[in-house]
Ligand binder design. Structure first.
Ligand code: ADP
Ligand code: MG
Length: 237
């Protein structure tokens, strides 16, 4: 059975100061998929993620989520529709504690229950250990787990994850990949993952879009992800 399309873009153009970075981008993500978006530095991957959540306005084209055009909606409204965004560089609040950061993530929900918190801490037990610690004093890997946990507490249907492996030790990268796959299997949450780390892409993604100059230029299935030379060519590493 083919699953329903959860998110699609058609001819999406978006950028900065009137200049488009995304040059008419088309993609389609189905419920429960984990889809990676790869491409060299500067091709517009982060701009795509910001445009999907509403931090960079669409100049043209559409973004459809659960059958509804959302490209004119404000970011907080898209978040309330169940889209969670974990930015590149994580952006946790460094002077707030882990608990307070999670609290902020939960503000999207009418009520964050103890069960919501326990659910997140079940996936990321390190956050329980560090509950009262200031986020800025934790390692990159711990901050990344907090950034994901902060989004998870609001129980999203779609998670936009921008380069979670950046600046993180390889063993923690594998931990995060494993947890995200578990979460996907257990809850059916859909994930769009921007990544350059081949190990993380392979550990998580079911298929992959290749971006160049603001467009999707190729689509790779699971078998193609296993082809090391092809992957390195697309990532230019
Ligand atoms: N805030 C910004 N203002 C102006 N240009 C930007 C801004 N952010 C990114 N860009 C430009 O947009 C292009 C795509 O950047 P980005 O989406 O961050 O690429 P990627 O995530 O693939 O490395 C780059 O040329 C970059 O310099
Ligand atoms: Mg980026």
């Amino acid at each position: 059975m083919r699953r329903e399309v959860l998110l699609s873009t058609l001819g999406l153009r978006a950028g900065y100061g009137g200049k488009p970075v995304l040059q008419g981008l088309d993609l389609e993500v189905r419920e429960g998929e984990i889809v990676a978006v790869i491409g060299r530095n500067g091709v517009g991957k982060s701009t795509l993620m910001k445009s999907l959540i509403g931090l960079v306005p669409a100049m043209d084209g559409s973004i459809v989520y659960r059958g509804e055009a959302i490209e004119r909606k404000a970011a907080h409204k898209r978040a309330r529709l169940g889209i969670g965004y974990v930015p590149q560089g994580r952006d946790v609040f460094p002077r707030l504690s882990v608990a307070e950061n999670i609290e902020v993530g939960g503000m999207l929900k009418r009520e964050v229950t103890a069960a919501d918190r326990e659910r997140v801490l079940g996936y990321f037990p390190i956050l329980k250990e560090r509950w009262s610690q200031r986020a800025g004093t934790m390692s990159g890997g711990q901050q990344q787990q907090l950034a994901i946990g902060r989004v998870l507490v609001a129980d999203p249907s779609l998670i936009l994850l921008d380069e979670p492996s950046e600046g993180i030790q390889p063993n923690i990268v594998q931990d995060i990949a494993r947890i995200m796959v578990e979460l996907n299997r257990a809850t059916g949450v859909t994930v769009v993952l921007v990544e350059q780390n081949i190990d993380m892409i392979r550990a998580m993604a079911q298929r992959c879009y290749v971006m160049d100059k603001g467009r999707i230029v190729a689509e790779l299935d699971r078998d193609a992800l296993a082809d090391g030379d092809a992957m390195r060519r697309h990532l230019a590493v």
